[in-house]
Ligand binder design. Structure first.
Ligand code: HEM
Length: 570
């Protein structure tokens, strides 16, 4: 087999023809707004310069030549010219340059004055849509501080990226959290979400089994915590049966309690009927998670000034992460002491939490276990809360679907549901998938290409940083009929959407793909499904405040207060 790099090294035949002058045309489409992603309104579509495809001819060993591929070189990938200009200026400032940094793109985004109307974005994937509307399905951004970025969204392109991500795929994100751990705390690891290479593989393997087995092991406490959540709703709703505007905090409390049960096998009392004292451990964890999330969003978005000076957002990140760390480390140390006193240390026969299992692993230090915990409590919890919020919202807005789901839930006679029970509820599973299709908590995946790949007939070199706006693909009519409608039934059919079977999985990827896909997918699906099943068993839900969308590319969250109305079911 000829490798692409070899092809490049060989003869490249053909002449690149001059680009035609860019013209502008306008098109108008009106479809409803979904999750903050407006359909392309008045789009000034640039005519992409026509570049003649290049015939690639390779010399075979016997000296004969053979044309094996047609492609365009990477330089031909269209993208905003002004960025190229900025790139040239900034390339003279090597101190700012960092390869593969996700920040490059977000810094780029802030240079909005160069894009005129492109700047009017809502902080979510709609920004990317504007690039695609102007430049087509494959867009190259010349990162001003180094590291070009390739923007994609289509399933056929995503499938190529994932085929070429290698066995230890590299994902780049959350530089601020990485700096906090590696430079500020001087830990040896940045955490499972952020690490790469063999260190990532080691920690990945060490948490895989503990997380997966916790799904069944902790079904009982997870059920009890969902029941407490239902009680909490009864306690906090007003005379009109509406819950307070800060209901997102209640979902976060449920999620953290559930997370503590699984990771530390311990009850914290986040959902206590008497409320949470801000000085209690659960109160401080809640504040810490909220504060850290906000600080990370601020740091990751816009200019990464905190890389050079201590900005208020950076200080807040440090303060909040330190606070969560100091509380949780107390419990991790207690878990370690308890383990020393235990006689049966065989994970197959004894009952161990995720943290116990990590501590029993000789390769894992306490500080490694802490980074795992913090990733779960900040990144995992935010994704779960977002998923629950939008599932409740979509069901509230689709009463027929809500009723159909309630019928399925009522068919369950057991009060304590296991992951298997939930899997046997196809409509519930379809509702979860559909809600995640419309509002994925992580709307953009990223990878660094592990080898050269041909994407849309462009030869994209190894090492290119690729952003895949998977959310935008999920909203395309080409792939899903009536794509902006919450229609769980579509997942019950054999043929989902309009794509060939091998591409269907790339049209909606809320948990990512490949070796770096979400490690807690089963756990998260269990938690979300269980909570919604318990809530709908007890209540009918309404949401009376218009359309909800989500903001932020990093740790995204609903844009409106979640003051649902929970009516008792008759
Ligand atoms: C419904 C809720 C959740 C969603 C939609 C979600 C989604 C994702 C996505 C999209 C990724 C990146 C995948 C990729 O780049 O291909 C990811 C990674 C990850 N998630 Fe989740 N997640 C959720 C909940 C959780 C929870 C609750 C935990 C922990 C208890 C968790 C732990 C992780 C970890 C450790 C990774 C990094 C995996 C790696 O890089 O090796 N997630 N998640």
């Amino acid at each position: 087999m000829w490798r692409i790099s070899k092809i490049r090294a060989n003869v490249v035949l053909g002449i690149r023809y001059c680009a035609t002058e860019a013209k502008s045309t306008a098109s108008q489409i009106t479809t409803p707004l979904v999750d903050g992603i407006p359909p392309p309104a008045t789009v000034v579509r640039k005519e992409i310069p026509v570049v003649k495809k290049i015939l690639t001819e390779v010399k075979e060993q016997d000296g004969r030549s053979k044309i094996i591929e047609k492609f365009c070189v990477f330089d031909d990938v269209p993208g905003p010219r002004s960025l190229k200009l900025i790139s040239n200026i900034w390339s003279h400032v090597p101190a700012l340059s960092k390869e593969f940094t996700a920040g490059a793109l977000f810094q780029t985004m802030n240079l909005g004055k160069f894009f005129g109307n492109l700047l009017s974005w809502g902080g979510n994937a709609s920004f990317f849509q504007k690039f695609f509307d102007v430049y087509g399905p494959v867009v190259r951004l010349h990162g001003p501080f180094g590291g070009d970025v390739l923007l994609l969204s289509r399933p056929e392109h995503a499938s190529i990226v994932f085929r070429n991500e290698g066995t230890r795929p590299v994902r780049a994100c959350l530089d601020s959290v990485e700096k906090y751990r590696l430079e500020h705390r001087r830990l040896r690891q940045a955490g499972p979400f952020l690490m790469s290479g063999s260190a990532w593989e080691k920690i990945h393997d060490s948490i895989d089994d503990p997380i997966k087995t916790s799904v069944n092991r902790y079904a009982k406490p997870m059920n009890e915590i969902c029941d407490e959540f239902v009680e909490r709703v009864l306690n906090i709703r007003n005379l009109q049966d509406e819950v307070p505007k800060n209901f997102k905090d209640e979902i976060l409390k449920w999620c953290l309690e559930s997370m503590c049960a699984v990771t530390l096998n311990r009850k914290f009392g986040f959902l206590d009927t008497t409320g949470l004292s801000t000085t209690s451990d659960p109160g401080r964890i809640l504040d810490g998670v909220n504060g850290a999330t906000e600080a990370i969003r601020k740091c990751e978005f816009g200019f990464h000034l905190w890389k050079f000076v201590e900005t208020p957002a950076w200080r807040s990140l440090v303060r909040n992460c330190d606070s969560i760390d100091s509380i949780l480390s107390k419990y991790v140390e207690r878990a370690q002491t308890a383990l020393r006193e235990r006689k049966d240390l065989n994970p197959k026969t004894a009952d161990f939490s995720v943290v116990d299992r990590l501590l029993l692993n000789e390769d894992v230090l306490i500080e490694d276990a802490m980074t795992v915990l913090l990733d779960m409590f900040i990144i995992g919890a935010n994704a779960t809360v977002h998923s629950v919020a939008f599932l409740l919202y979509h069901l509230a807005k689709a009463p027929k679907c809500q009723k159909k789901l309630q019928q399925e839930i009522d068919g369950q006679t057991r009060t304590e549901l296991t992951a298997d029970d939930l899997k046997r509820m196809p409509y519930l599973q379809a509702c979860i998938k559909e809600s995640l299709r419309l509002a994925p908590p992580i709307p953009i995946l990223n990878r660094v290409l592990a080898r050269d790949a041909i994407i849309h007939k462009y030869l994209v070199p190894e090492g290119t940083y690729v952003l895949i706006a998977t959310h935008l693909a999920s909203l395309r009519e080409e792939y899903f009929e009536d794509a902006r409608r919450f229609q769980p039934e579509r997942w019950l059919n054999q043929e989902v959407g309009r794509l060939a079977r091998d591409l269907q999985e790339f049209a909606s990827m809320p948990f990512g793909h490949g070796p770096r896909a979400c490690q807690a997918r089963e756990l998260a699906e269990m938690q979300v499904g269980l909570l919604v099943a318990k809530v709908l068993k007890r209540f009918n839900i309404e949401y009376n405040y218009g359309e909800m969308s989500s903001s932020n590319l990093m740790l995204s969250s609903p844009t409106k207060p979640l003051n649902f109305t929970f009516y008792d079911r008759k």
